[in-house]
Design a protein around this ligand. Structure first.
Ligand code: PHE
Ligand code: ZN
Length: 852
C-alpha cells in the first residue's frame, strides 16, 4: 500500500507548474495499452531558475520521456512513491511521456479499464494518474486532443471528449482524433472504445445550435435507451429556462457500462454511466428506476456548467459542484413530476443516509478539512446536505435574486477552478444578504436541533426557539447557525392565519403574533432547514389531517408514527388516535403517491437513530405489531384501495399510473402482514399477471418475506426468466439479501456461487453484500456471523476494488451506538479488518475512524 498520509485543506498551495495543452495518443491492444502524452508545461515562477517537476503516477510502466523533443536520460528523472520527478526543467517546455498500462487487469475501475469488452475510463478524483503521469489536480486545466488507435472490428466506436476532428484507416486498424476546446482538469478526461449500439437524437439550443445527442450501450440494448434520451432533452431545455445555461459543444455522448463504481460521471461531452442509470423499459425497470434515470441523466448534464465550466480549485471544494448540482437535479425532478412527493422523498433520503452519517464517527462538514482517501468523501453529507445548504440560500434570496446570483456566479468564474467562498461571494453580492454567519454550514458538522416552546396568553401567541448545536467529534463546541425557518400559524379549520419565513441566527429567539384564538403551529415547512425539530407539545393528529403544507402534513404523520411505535416499545400499547388518523388518511382524497407516503410507517432506521443504545429486536417487534393491527382493523378499506388501483396491464410511466402502483403496493404490503390466504393469492396473482417490474418486485418481496412455498416458486420463475439480464438480477439478489426470513445469511453466502454473481461487478456486490450489510436483522444477529461474513468480504474485495470495500465498511458506522453484546462482536471484526496486511488507505481511513 502507498503510505498513509492525511491531506489538509489548510496546506493548499497553488500549483508550481501549469499544463496548457495535453495531446494524448492511445494505442489499444488486447493485453496492454500504450499511452503517449505530450504536454505544454509552464512554471508559475518567472525567475528562470531550474525546477523539479512532479507528476502523479500510479502503477505506470515508463517507456521513454522527451523534453523539448530531446530524450531524457535516466538521471534526469526518477519514479518513486507514486511521483515521477523530472529534474532541472526550464520555465516553459514540452514534455512527451510514453508509458504502458494494463486496462484488462484493472479491477479498481479507476483510470482506464475494461467493462466486459468495452474500454472506458473513470478519473474523478484521482484516476488520471493511473493512465499517464500528470499534475493530477483540478486547478490545472488544459486543452486536450486525444487520438485513439484500435482494431477496427473489435472497437468500431472510439470516443473521447469534445468534437470529433478526424478519422483514419490503416489496414485492420483505425484511429479517431477528438478535440475539446474547453480547458479542463484531468478528472474530466474520458475515453471509450468498443463495439457499441447507439441511439441518436438532436437538440436545438436557445441560440439555434443543433447538438447531436448519442447514447451508446451494449449491442441489443438500444431500445432501452429512450427514457434516458427523453430525460437528457428535458434537462437541456430546463437548464436553458431556469438558469439560462446552454450546451457548448457540437456533440453530447453518453455511454452505459456495466462495471462502474458509482452512478455516473460528467466527463466533458462524454458522460460515462453505470448502465443502471441508462437502461430501462416497462418490463425490466421499476418506477423508481425510471425516476433515478431521469435525475442522474439531468445531474450529469447540469454538471456541464456547475462542475465543468466552473470547476473546483481542490477536492475540499467538492460540494461546490456536487451540492449545487444535486440541488439543481432535485428542482428539475420536482418540476417534471410531483413537487410535494419529490420534496418528501429528498428529505427521507437525507435523513436515512446523511443524518445517520452525521451522527457517526465519520461525520464531517460539507467542506471537510482533511482526508486520507478522497474517494471516501463522495458522501451523503457533501452531496445531499450540500444540496440542502444551497436550497437554504435559494430560500433566503428568493427565486429572482437567486437567479441574478447564479448569473453572476457564471459570469464571474466561467473557465476557472474556484472555491465555495467564491460561490458565496456571488450569492451575497447579487442576493444582497450577508452570508458570513451562514458560512458555518460549510465548516461545522453534525445535525443541529431546534427546541420549540409555545405560549398563548392575552391574545398573544409566543414562539420560543433554542438552537442546540452538537460538538465536533473531538468535543469542541460549535457555533449557532443562520437559516430560514418557514412557519405558519393555522386556525382550527387548518386555514393559514399567516405564513412567514423567519431568519434564525441566535441561540435563543422569541417571536410573537397577535391572534384571536390559540393557533396551531406548522413549523419547518417544506423542510426549509436541515435540522431536527424538538417540540414541547405537538399537534400531530391535527396537522397530519389538515396542514396545507404537504411536507409538514407528511412530517406530522411520520412523527405520530414514531411516537406510536415508541409507545409500543415502552408500554406495549397501541395509540388509538394514531389508528384513527391512519383510517382518516386511507379515506382522504389525495394524490395517490402522496397518500402512499403518508401511509408508510417510520423505518427501522428512523427509530434506531432515536435510540441511545441501539437494539433492533424491539423495533422489529413493535413494527410488526402495529402493522398487523392496522391491517386487521382496516382490511376492507385496504382491499378496496388495492382493487381500485390494481390495473395489471397498465404499464405506462405516466404519473397517474405510477401513483396507482405506489398506493396499491403500499397497501398490499400492509395487508400481507396478516398472512391470510386470500391476500397471498392476490400477491401471487400480481406476480403472475402484472406487466411491470414495479409490481413484480413488490410481489416478490412480499412472497419472500411471508411464505416459504409460494415465494420459492415465484423466485425461481423470476430467476429463469431474467437470469441473462444483470440489471434485473441485481433486484433478485437484493430481495434475497434483504429478506427477514431465517437463514438469510446462509442463502447470501450460497448465492456468491451463482453463475450470475460476479465479485468484480460493483452493482452485484452492492445488491448482494451491500444490501445484506444493511439488513439490520441479520447483519446484527447476536451470533456475530453477519459481522464476520461482511468483514471477510471487506478484506477480500479490498484486494480487488478498494472503493467497493470501503463502501461496505460503512455498514459498521453505527458501532459506537450499539448495545454491548453487538459492540464487542463488531469490534473484533473491525480490528481484524484494520490489521489486515496491505489494507487499502480507503478502508483504513473508514475503519480507523470507527474504532477511535
Ligand atoms: N462526479 C460524479 C457525480 O456526481 C460522481 C462520481 C465520483 C463518479 C467519483 C465516479 C467517481 O455525478
Ligand atoms: Zn455530481
Amino acid at each position: 500500500m502507498s503510505e498513509i498520509k492525511e491531506i489538509y485543506l489548510k496546506d493548499y498551495k497553488q500549483p508550481e507548474f501549469k499544463v496548457s495543452k495535453c495531446d494524448l495518443c492511445f494505442e489499444l491492444y488486447d493485453d496492454y495499452t500504450i499511452v503517449t502524452n505530450t504536454m505544454n508545461i509552464e512554471s508559475s515562477k518567472k525567475d528562470n531558475q531550474l525546477y523539479t517537476l512532479k507528476l502523479n503516477s500510479i502503477d505506470l510502466e515508463l517507456i521513454e520521456l522527451y523534453l523539448n523533443d530531446l530524450k531524457l536520460s535516466d538521471a534526469r528523472y526518477s519514479y518513486k512513491d507514486e511521483v515521477l520527478s523530472v529534474y532541472n526543467t526550464p520555465n516553459k517546455f514540452s514534455l512527451k511521456i510514453k508509458n504502458k498500462i494494463y486496462p484488462q487487469n484493472n479491477t479498481e475501475l479507476e483510470g482506464l479499464y475494461k467493462s466486459g469488452s468495452i474500454f472506458c475510463t473513470q478519473n474523478e478524483p484521482e484516476g488520471f494518474r493511473r493512465i499517464t503521469p500528470y499534475i493530477d489536480r483540478p486547478d490545472v486545466m488544459a486543452v486536450y486532443t486525444t487520438t485513439i488507435i484500435a482494431d477496427k472490428k473489435k472497437y468500431p466506436v472510439l470516443l473521447s471528449n469534445g468534437n470529433k476532428q478526424s478519422e483514419n484507416q490503416y489496414g485492420d486498424k483505425h484511429s479517431v482524433t477528438w478535440f475539446d476546446p474547453h480547458p479542463k482538469p484531468s478528472y474530466l478526461f474520458a475515453l471509450v472504445a468498443g463495439d457499441l449500439g447507439v441511439i441518436n437524437d438532436s437538440f436545438r439550443t436557445m441560440s439555434g445550435n443543433d447538438i447531436e445527442l448519442n447514447i451508446y450501450c451494449d449491442l441489443g440494448n438500444e431500445s432501452k435507451c429512450f427514457h434516458a434520451m427523453r430525460s437528457l432533452k428535458d434537462a437541456m431545455l430546463w437548464d436553458e429556462e431556469k438558469y439560462g445555461r446552454e450546451y457548448d459543444l457540437d456533440i453530447y455522448n453518453i455511454v452505459a457500462v456495466d462495471s462502474f463504481n458509482m452512478g455516473a460521471m460528467e466527463n466533458k461531452g462524454l458522460n460515462i454511466f453505470n448502465s443502471h442509470y441508462v437502461l430501462a423499459n416497462e418490463e425490466l425497470a421499476t418506477d423508481r428506476d425510471f425516476m433515478g434515470i431521469q435525475s442522474v441523466i439531468a445531474h450529469e448534464y447540469f454538471h456541464n456548467w456547475t462542475g465543468n465550466r466552473i470547476t473546483c480549485r481542490d477536492w475540499f471544494q467538492l460540494t461546490l459542484k456536487e451540492g449545487l448540482t444535486v440541488f439543481r437535479d432535485q428542482c428539475f425532478s420536482a418540476d417534471l413530476n410531483s413537487k410535494e412527493v419529490a420534496r418528501i422523498e429528498d428529505v427521507k433520503a437525507l435523513r436515512e443516509r446523511q443524518f445517520v452519517e452525521d451522527a457517526s464517527p465519520t461525520s464531517h462538514p460539507i467542506q471537510p478539512e482533511s482526508y486520507i482517501s478522497m474517494n471516501n468523501f463522495y458522501t451523503a453529507t457533501v452531496y445531499e446536505k450540500g444540496a440542502e445548504v444551497i436550497r437554504m440560500i435559494h430560500t433566503l434570496l428568493g427565486e429572482e435574486k437567486y437567479r441574478k446570483a447564479t448569473d453572476l456566479y457564471f459570469e464571474s468564474f466561467d473557465g476557472q477552478a474556484v472555491t465555495t467562498k467564491d460561490f458565496l461571494w456571488a450569492m451575497s453580492e447579487a442576493g444582497k444578504v450577508d452570508l458570513t454567519q451562514f458560512e458555518r454550514w460549510y465548516h461545522q458538522n453534525g445535525t443541529p436541533r431546534l427546541l420549540v416552546s409555545e405560549k398563548y396568553e392575552n391574545n398573544k401567541y409566543i414562539l420560543r426557539l433554542t438552537q442546540v448545536i452538537p460538538n465536533t467529534l473531538e468535543g469542541q463546541r460549535q457555533r449557532v447557525y443562520f437559516f430560514p425557518l418557514k412557519i405558519a400559524l393555522l386556525n382550527e379549520e387548518g386555514k393559514e392565519i399567516l405564513e412567514e419565513t423567519l431568519t434564525i441566527s441566535k441561540e435563543f429567539e422569541e417571536f410573537s403574533w397577535e391572534t384571536d384564538s390559540k393557533p396551531i403551529l406548522s413549523i419547518n415547512r417544506d423542510f426549509s432547514a436541515p435540522i431536527i425539530i424538538k417540540q414541547e407539545q405537538n399537534d400531530y393528529q391535527f396537522l397530519s389531517r389538515h396542514d396545507s403544507n404537504s411536507f409538514v402534513r407528511y412530517e406530522s404523520m411520520h412523527s405520530f408514527g414514531v411516537d406510536t411505535l415508541e409507545k409500543i416499545i415502552h408500554n406495549d400499547e397501541i395509540d388509538r388516535e394514531f389508528v384513527d388518523t391512519y383510517g382518516y388518511i386511507l379515506d382522504a382524497d389525495l394524490n395517490l403517491s402522496f397518500k402512499a407516503l403518508l401511509l408508510e410507517l417510520p423505518s427501522v432506521s428512523t427509530l434506531m437513530q432515536r435510540q441511545e443504545v441501539v437494539d433492533f429486536e424491539p423495533i422489529y417487534e413493535a413494527n410488526e405489531k402495529l402493522q398487523k393491527h392496522l391491517a386487521s382493523v382496516y382490511k376492507d378499506k385496504l382491499l378496496s384501495i388495492y382493487k381500485n388501483n390494481h390495473l395489471p396491464k397498465d404499464d405506462s410511466i405516466e404519473s397517474l399510473s405510477m401513483d396507482r402502483r405506489a398506493i396499491k403496493n403500499r397497501v398490499l404490503k400492509l395487508l400481507s402482514m396478516l398472512g391470510d390466504e386470500d391476500i397471498i393469492d392476490l400477491v401471487k396473482n400480481q406476480y403472475d399477471n402484472s406487466s411491470t417490474m414495479t409490481d413484480k418486485i413488490a410481489a416478490l418481496d412480499i412472497l419472500e418475506n411471508t411464505t416459504q412455498k409460494e415465494g420459492a416458486v415465484s423466485l425461481s420463475d423470476f430467476y429463469q426468466r431474467y437470469k441473462n439480464d444483470t440489471l434485473v438480477m441485481n433486484k433478485y439478489f437484493a430481495i434475497l439479501a434483504a429478506s427477514e426470513r431465517e437463514g438469510t445469511l446462509d442463502r447470501v453466502m450460497a448465492l456468491q456461487n451463482d453463475d450470475v454473481y460476479d465479485e468484480k461487478i460493483p452493482n452485484l456486490v452492492r445488491s448482494l453484500i451491500g444490501v445484506f450489510a444493511r439488513n439490520y436483522k441479520h447483519f446484527h444477529s447476536k451470533d456475530g456471523l453477519g459481522y464476520k461474513f461482511v468483514a471477510d468480504k471487506i478484506i477480500e474485495i479490498d484486494k480487488i476494488n478498494a472503493q467497493m470495500a470501503s463502501a461496505l465498511a460503512g455498514a459498521f458506522k453505527i458501532y459506537e451506538k450499539m448495545n454491548e453484546t453487538n459492540k464487542k462482536l463488531m469490534k473484533a471484526e473491525l480490528k481484524r479488518v484494520v490489521s489486515t496486511h496491505s489494507l487499502s488507505k480507503n478502508c483504513y481511513e473508514i475503519v480507523n475512524k470507527i474504532l477511535t
